[in-house]
Design a protein. Structure first.
Length: 567
């Protein structure tokens, strides 16, 4: 039984032009509400700590107290992501429609460079009307494209202006070698397991006729044979099938949640694609699209943002979840309530299984800006960037047009001040911000203790702007369903929702001011947390992001009102 602690809470209300100090929560002893009821868990991120003892974004508090009507009718939020479920019950009426385009006439009626783009665009759409499922990782593309420039060269042979690219090439080369070794070994082990599995099942029936063995029982049998990992690998390579190897095979399957032969075969299929597509320098998915990935251009891809063929729901799940957090219908009394009602979601598909192309990122941002989006959600990331200058130019284009971009920090438990995460408003070459319209978001949990920051969340005092709830978030999902999910992906759309509310009520604010309002108005939590990626290293929560805060919509709307009046 967990010990109980006394808690002393201090809420500091200081008079200031910024609500930076308006909700600072300190703890002398920690007594988190670790476990939530199912009803609380579904909506925890919308709660307010002082009213609900749950560290959410104070959304329900704002709605309960707000008496004003918005000045804007609607805000368009582009979600650059995967395919989306356009038929989801909780997103009906919430998807952007291009009213200047006549559906399915094969003509670019609005002359924007995209034919029949009724609900957005798929930049990974294929010539056959489908979409790319598998693509290379970005480090594979870098090795392939930059090998002629840098292969077998030393640093002294490199021009100063190419030194950053040279070091990135070396980093990519190391990454590719590491991942190739890892996944090929895993694939080999899985193939061995697939062969042994039927024999293992049959053999274990001798000891357990009802096949009711537990992990503990198998582990006990396994230890009698004193088989370690090295021995297992040797037996795998020699196709050994003694009893110890068979038991080890079943234990490994249980550990990996592979309880049937089909589970193993499904993973074989996945790993086959990772090895032969994601990591294969010779694989070129752009042949399916038919574009030239070396130049920026309009019109490639297709208008199919919601491929509903059997077996494709998985590839709609992610974007559907983002859309639900932002704008699921608040008034239909079904499903969930999104952060903002008066919003239209513009789905732009660029994310395959693999890494996104910088070309697609840049063109999707430009499409969103040119077609009226005010905010762009980007819940994807990668460790390398082949054409970061294309993306930087697109970010600056959005800034010029007063458009906010919200991006995730990533899910590797890393300090992205030291480990680059792309896209970013930091060029990681000169270490300077290139724009004032870009917010990077980390993830927190509902647990107000040392585990407050999600263990998967990336962080960084310079390159993560603030945190938002991203752990166990309930949202719309593909196939007209609802699911829980965790990741910084779930945190970013909350910031998008906050920005949408600000602009709905205070439409004259510039993008840099909206960004600053969101950062300044967050809740400060003044206690130590475990640094993601470590077991027990602790630092003050404020040290893990630039603002040191968590999104607070109630505070943001109050500050926006004050700033707007002062203007």
């Amino acid at each position: 039984m967990k010990p109980f602690y006394n808690v002393i809470l201090f809420l500091l209300f200081l008079i200031s032009c910024k609500p930076t100090k308006d909700s600072s929560i300190s703890y002398i002893k920690l007594n988190p509400k670790d476990e939530l009821k199912s009803s609380e868990l579904q909506t925890w991120y919308q709660k307010d700590y002082m009213e609900d003892t749950i560290p959410g974004i104070s959304l329900e508090k704002w709605y309960a107290l707000n008496k004003k009507k918005p000045k804007n009718n609607n805000i368009i939020i582009a979600v650059i992501d995967t395919q989306i479920d356009l038929k989801h019950e909780d997103l009906q009426g919430k998807i952007w429609t291009n009213d200047t385009e006549i559906p399915n006439n094969g003509i670019d009626d609005d002359d924007n460079g995209y034919i029949d783009d009724i609900n957005g665009w798929s930049f990974t759409g294929t010539k056959s009307g489908g979409y790319v499922v598998w693509s290379n990782y970005e480090y594979v593309r870098i090795v392939r494209d930059w090998e002629p420039l840098f292969k077998n060269k030393t640093e002294t042979q490199i021009n100063t202006q190419d030194l950053f690219k040279y070091k990135e090439y070396q980093r990519a080369e190391r990454k590719l070698e590491e991942k190739n070794k890892y996944y090929r070994n895993w694939f080999k082990s899985l193939n061995y397991k697939a062969v042994l599995y039927p024999i293992t099942k049959d053999t274990l029936k001798h000891f357990f006729p009802k096949e009711d063995y537990t992990f503990k029982q198998l582990d006990s049998m396994y230890k009698k044979y004193k088989i370690n990992d090295k021995t297992f690998k040797q037996r795998r390579d020699s196709d050994d099938r003694d009893l110890g190897a068979l038991i080890g095979c079943m234990i490994s399957g249980l550990e990996m949640n592979q309880n049937t032969l089909k589970d193993i075969q499904d993973m074989q299929t996945q790993l086959d694609s990772v090895v032969n597509k994601n990591l294969n320098i010779e694989y070129n998915e752009r042949l399916l699209i038919g574009d030239n990935p070396a130049i920026l251009e309009k019109g490639y891809g297709n208008n199919n943002v919601s491929n509903n063929k059997a077996g494709h729901r998985l590839f709609q799940d992610h974007c559907t979840k983002m859309a639900g957090v932002i704008g699921a219908n608040r008034k239909n009394n079904i499903g969930i309530k999104g952060i903002v009602q008066d919003v239209k979601i513009m789905p732009l598909s660029i994310s395959p299984s693999g890494d996104e192309h910088d070309k697609d990122i840049a063109m999707a941002i430009r499409y969103a800006v040119d077609n009226g989006a005010k905010i762009i959600n980007m819940s994807f990331y990668k460790e390398f960037s082949l054409h970061k200058e294309w993306v930087f130019d697109a970010i600056k284009y959005a800034e010029k047009n007063n458009v906010l971009l919200v991006h995730i920090s990533g899910n590797d438990g890393l300090n992205i001040d030291e480990n680059p995460s792309y896209p970013n408003d930091n060029d990681f070459e000169n270490f300077k911000e290139i724009s004032s319209n870009f917010i990077t978001v980390g993830s927190v949990t509902h647990k107000l203790n040392s585990n407050f920051v999600s263990d998967f969340s990336n962080y960084g005092k310079q390159n993560v702007d603030l945190f938002a709830p991203g752990d166990e978030i309930y949202s719309t999902a593909a196939g007209n369903t609802y699911k829980f999910d965790s990741g910084t992906s779930m945190a970013a759309p909350m910031v998008c929702g906050a920005a949408a509310l600000i602009w709905l009520y205070y439409p004259n604010l510039k993008v840099a001011k909206v960004k600053q309002i969101i950062l300044d108005s967050g809740t400060s939590y003044n206690f130590e947390v475990i640094v993601p990626g470590t077991k027990d290293k602790k630092v003050p929560f404020s040290e893990l992001s630039k603002s040191g805060k968590v999104l607070n919509i109630y505070n943001a709307m109050k500050l926006a009102e004050k700033v707007s009046k002062n203007k």
